[in-house]
Design a protein around this ligand. Structure first.
Ligand code: BG6
Length: 549
């Protein structure tokens, strides 16, 4: 379609009117990325936008404006981002033609985030694009900067009048939202001075993962398990987000943050909410977010003097990962040799409501653990009476449902079955659902999903201010208790293990155990590889929310 036909179809809207749509019915959009020359833009944002572009899921009219302090030309930025797309986009090394077409939408603007002219220059550029497209584009201001700038940028945007349009102007802020409860409240207030809550997209990339979203689909799309999803049938729930990597050159950030801030306050809390929430009445963003906040409000507060009983912290020493010797946390470059920062945390929480009273929720996360695995295990109660003779049940394990989030993606149900033979002998068997086997389509990266949702103005997968604050409120006693009682035993786990002994004791005290990670691989890697490659080349069809409604 020629440019003039496109323009003829899209009529300019007056102030406050809904933005016009371009020919593929996606509203024109500009991503103004603060930190455009930084790691997040290179590693995640632009590869995801490029994947969306190749799936024909970007509007005809779109621009990516990288805003940063360094001196770069448009072409230098494009070259840098091409490298990132080659490494991190789904399709790997970009096809030259596709990249060139995409790169025409990328621009660079040098500017100091603290200076008003950065924002007035940006405003000018945005106005120019609107004029050129004969449209009122959505303006997505993305803070891909270090957290200390999260308070500065919204103010600059607000003062330049760029936050004013409630329909079109959106701001995206990534976790960590604040360093503690006070700073999170402060940050929410600062952003809120310029942007309404309906314009603020607080991003936790875990929520963009397909398998995380599938927790809702599985729970509320099937009548089968929900009746069992409560204290009557569930003995305990274990949520693991384990990484085998270390801190990957992020000492400056990580040594200040630690595992509780970096992973538990956000990713683990999100998983907890999705697993424990009540059924939503509709698939409305606020309805779902309300149900999630209810969970956090119901978590039994952790008392300052009970922290040692229900929270375990750890730091890795040297050890072995995949047959390779690796150094301890304190030997990582940039980490002080006497660092007291935790690289592992495990918590035992209770949710004080009708559904979950008395059911322990065990949460753990850590760096340099035995392997990378994220999963949620629902351990069901034992049968009330074992009618089988003792020799029939030597291998007895209560039923368990495991939702594998990554790297394996799927669901496993473990239960008892009769072992073939003349005698009644029970064995534990598994029923498996594997995403890759079940769907001949690729799984989008979390950032693709989330960036698409920002363009769609769909807040379902984003955190609301009260949820972030509730998660901080819950964990503050732990931070406070730890601040006055530094750990005496760090490093207390070897790299390549499952964390400190005390984390085993945390669950063992209740007669429970952390589940061993499941393995979904039961078909040859070659066939999986080719199925995945073929699927990853196919454009992903995204259904637009506005079409569905
Ligand atoms: C980030 C943390 O939010 O999540 C990192 O800051 C962590 O420390 C990462 O490695 C894990 O994300 P994923 O998607 O690789 O599980």
């Amino acid at each position: 379609m020629s440019e003039s036909t496109r323009r003829a179809r899209s009529t300019p809207s007056g102030d406050g009117a809904r933005p016009v749509r371009s020919s593929n019915q996606l509203e024109p959009a500009v991503f103004a990325i603060f930190g455009g020359a930084g790691d997040l833009t290179w590693r995640k944002l632009v590869p995801a936008l490029f994947d969306l572009f190749q799936d024909r899921s970007m509007p005809d009219h779109f621009s990516i404006i990288g805003v940063d302090r360094v001196d770069l030309s448009d072409d230098e930025l494009r070259r840098r981002l091409r490298d990132g797309a080659g490494r991190f986009a789904h399709r790997g090394q970009p096809d030259a033609e596709a990249w060139d077409e995409f790169a025409r939408h990328i621009f660079y603007q040098q500017g100091d985030f603290k200076k008003p002219e950065t924002y007035s220059n940006l405003a000018e550029q945005l106005a120019k694009l609107d004029k050129e497209w004969n449209a009122k584009a959505q303006r997505i201001f993305y803070m891909a900067t270090p957290p200390p700038l999260f308070g500065v940028i919204p103010t600059g945007l607000g003062e330049a009048g760029l936050a004013r349009d409630r329909q079109r102007a959106r701001i995206v802020v990534e976790k960590p939202i604040g360093f503690d409860l006070d700073s999170a409240l402060q940050l929410n207030t600062t952003i809120g001075e310029h942007f309404d809550e309906c314009q603020i997209f607080r991003l936790d990339h875990y929520l963009g993962k397909e398998t995380v979203q599938n927790i809702l689909a599985f729970r509320f799309g099937n009548p089968l398990f929900e009746p069992l999803w409560n204290r009557r049938y569930v003995e305990y729930i274990a949520i693991t987000v384990a990484e085998d990597v270390g801190i990957e050159h992020r000492a400056g950030y990580y040594d200040q943050a630690g595992a509780l801030r970096d992973m538990a306050q956000n990713h683990l809390m999100q998983l907890l909410c999705l697993v424990a929430m009540e059924p939503m009445v509709s698939f409305d963003a606020d309805e779902i977010r309300n149900k999630k906040v209810d969970v956090l409000h119901a978590v039994r507060p952790i008392h300052h003097d009970a922290v040692a009983q229900c929270v375990v912290r750890g730091q890795y020493g040297n050890g072995w990962i995949g047959g390779q010797a690796v150094g301890g946390y304190r030997e990582e470059s940039g980490v002080p040799p006497d660092s007291q920062t935790e690289t592992f945390v495990a918590l035992r929480l209770y949710i004080d409501n009708w559904r979950w009273q008395g059911v322990p929720f065990y949460l753990r996360t850590g760096k340099r653990l035995s392997r990378q695995v994220s999963e949620v295990a629902i351990q069901f109660r034992a049968v009330p009476h074992r009618a089988f003779p003792p020799e029939a049940t030597l291998d007895w394990q209560s039923s368990r449902l495991i939702m594998a989030i990554q790297p394996d993606q799927g669901i496993v149900l473990r239960f008892q079955a009769k072992h073939p033979g003349p005698k009644m002998h029970l064995r534990t068997v598994e029923m498996k659902f594997n995403y890759q086997e079940a769907f001949a389509t690729r799984t989008p990266e979390a950032y693709e999903t989330l960036l698409w949702d920002v363009m769609e103005n769909d807040m379902t997968l984003f955190m609301r201010a009260d949820q972030v604050e509730a998660a901080w409120r819950l964990l503050m006693p732990v931070f406070d208790a730890w601040a006055v009682a530094p750990p005496g035993d760090f490093p207390n786990y070897a790299a390549g293990t499952w964390g400190p002994e005390a984390a085993q004791a945390l669950v063992a005290q209740q007669g429970h155990s952390w589940p061993l990670p499941i393995d979904l691989e039961d078909f040859p890697p070659e066939s999986k590889g080719s199925a995945e490659t073929a699927a990853s080349q196919k454009p992903l069809k995204r259904v637009r929310l506005k079409e569905v409604k």
